[in-house]
Design a protein around this ligand. Sequence first.
Ligand code: GDP
Ligand code: MN
Length: 382
Amino acid sequence: MDLYEHQGKELLARYGIVVGEGRVATTPAEARAAAQELGGGRLVVKAQVLVGGRGKAGGVKVADGVDDVEAKAAAILGLDIKGHVTRRVLVEKAVDIAKEYYLSIAFDRGAKAPLLMLSTMGGMDIEGVAVDHPEALARIHLDPAIGMRPFFVRRLLFAASVPREEHAGVGAVIESAYCCYQELDAMLVEINPLVVTGDGSIVAADAKVTVDDSSLYRHADIADMRDVAAADPQEQMARERHVTYVKLDGTIGILGNGAGLVMSTLDVVDQVGGSPANFLDVGGGADADKIVTALEVVLSDPKVEAIFFNIFGGITRCDEVARGILAALAAMPVPVPIVVRLDGTNDVEGRRLLADAAPPGLHVERTMLEAARKVVELATGA
Ligand code: GDP
Ligand code: MN
């Protein structure tokens, strides 16, 4: 789960990292009140959206005084940043920026270890730094069994050529950020910029924290931070119903039993010229309720023109799946054609059940390739 900047900062602050003092506002009037509470003066107004690059998109503005904060908030609220509409802003006391550093801790799946990155060339374009000045981005993997140790922090500081007088301050932030990453089951803790102020103190001026969804059950306070209004409505519906669903851009709804099968179904549909609308794994078993739920989630996407239901029977028996599909179709209207491929345990029986019942709009195919061709034909009306 991705967190907003103000939520990420709240977590960093729990670990002793200094962040700007700020308030969240959802209207220009609230932003004005926030500015007043903060004592006016030089403030920043920052769009709270779950996407990076807000600065370049006009979502971060420095303001002078209460009136200006209200005006800047009016300009930022409603702003569309890479498809994310700004519904709240963070009003913060402006930080006196002398230098902008970059710090991140991310889980590196390839190395099976956390990767720490530190650079004195922080700010808005760290991807550019990684390409043009790779030597300026220190990268070190940490052995999770050993954890954070002082020598490790020093290695990172030297590798990034952080000036000696800042070692204590930046080093403390590295240690705290790692504690935060570790204890909160984060997948990412990124501070960009990590600011060195005019008087030499170290402040996190931005925060991007992603917490592992699978561990949210042990962080109820973080789970509560989810902004339901900003979530994709279909993905939200799927989450509530405990279905593994990922929305894609195409027109063909894909359901299958097993993540591997669904992934290869996406490939085969793509290969024969179709574009999948989603990834949906119904898992094992095949009772009608489960199939109704899965179909409802897929059909809630108005772009879906045809559905491909791909089943490989192993422990799950194809005749049971067929009965589940028939019961589901009897229980709910399905306005688009469905192509079913049944293969594996009891597939002959399963296909016979579907052929005998022959509900309108249902097509049964023997192989994955034939079924993919059929569903693409139905979706494109060819
Ligand atoms: P991002 O573009 O989404 O990463 O948003 P950031 O929060 O990193 O802000 C982008 C840029 O705005 C930073 O690199 C800073 O240069 C500037 N900025 C952010 N906060 C402050 C602040 O408190 N004071 C000043 N002067 N500039 C800020
Ligand atoms: Mn940033």
